[in-house]
Design a protein around this ligand. Structure first.
Ligand SMILES: CC(C)(COP(=O)(O)OP(=O)(O)OC[C@H]1O[C@@H](n2cnc3c(N)ncnc32)[C@H](O)[C@@H]1OP(=O)(O)O)[C@@H](O)C(=O)NCCC(=O)NCCS
Length: 173
């Protein structure tokens, strides 16, 4: 499958079954960091849960309905986070992302998202890219703003993995 160089140290590529254990371990290590913004974390409680998610994610990539990718340290093949399209439909692409807490504060996600934007507009020919962020998730909003996304309002009562929340809607066309 495809592999995209982000800088000399990190790359993006879709996960394969071989990444299941490593990706499960990163989620476990970062549970409290991810839980406030990513309610799916509570549904990943054993390796089998991760494998199930991985299978459906790989299927979605085949179908062209999402493109979630691992962020890997090129030298070590260590997984440090995820970034990509959590949903693709009607030539809109919804971008989602997270980083292991050891890797935040270095500008890495902004760089990864720039690559994802390029993939979205140039390769997938999407017309609009969208980022949803909770009003309290300032770090995620800051990523969207650095990328030049504009906040076009808020959605109320967005249901995501059984959790309802407000979402600020950032868009880039
Ligand atoms: C959202 C998330 C990925 C943001 O991570 P991040 O490290 O703040 O984002 P970036 O990688 O773009 O780095 C920006 C930070 O690095 C700093 N930085 C250092 N060098 C930089 C550079 N060359 N370029 C840009 N920023 C740089 C910035 O000042 C900023 O730090 P600050 O917030 O303390 O000012 C992270 O907080 C996370 O994983 N959160 C949990 C999951 C989540 O909320 N996902 C999004 C759901 S909508």
């Amino acid at each position: 499958s495809h592999c995209y160089e982000v800088n000399e140290d990190i790359l993006l590529r879709p996960l394969t079954m071989k990444d299941a254990q490593q990706s499960y371990d990163v989620v476990c290590k970062n549970r409290s960091h991810l839980k406030p913004s990513l309610p799916w974390v509570e549904h990943v409680n054993c390796l089998e849960d991760e494998v199930k998610w991985l299978k459906s994610s790989m299927q979605d990539i085949q179908n062209g309905t999402s493109l979630q990718m691992g962020i890997f340290e090129t030298k070590t093949s260590k997984l440090i986070g995820m970034c990509g399209f959590v949903n693709i439909s009607d030539r809109n692409g919804w971008i989602g992302y997270w980083l292991g807490s050891d890797f935040t504060g270095k500008g890495l996600m902004t760089q990864c998202c720039r690559k994802v934007m390029e993939i979205g507009f140039q390769k997938l020919k999407l017309k609009k890219l969208i980022i949803h962020a909770k009003p309290e998730n300032r770090k995620s909003q800051a990523v969207a703003e650095r990328l030049g996304f504009v906040c076009n309002g808020e959605l109320q009562n967005v249901l995501y993995f059984g959790v309802e929340s407000e979402m600020m809607v950032y868009e880039c066309t």
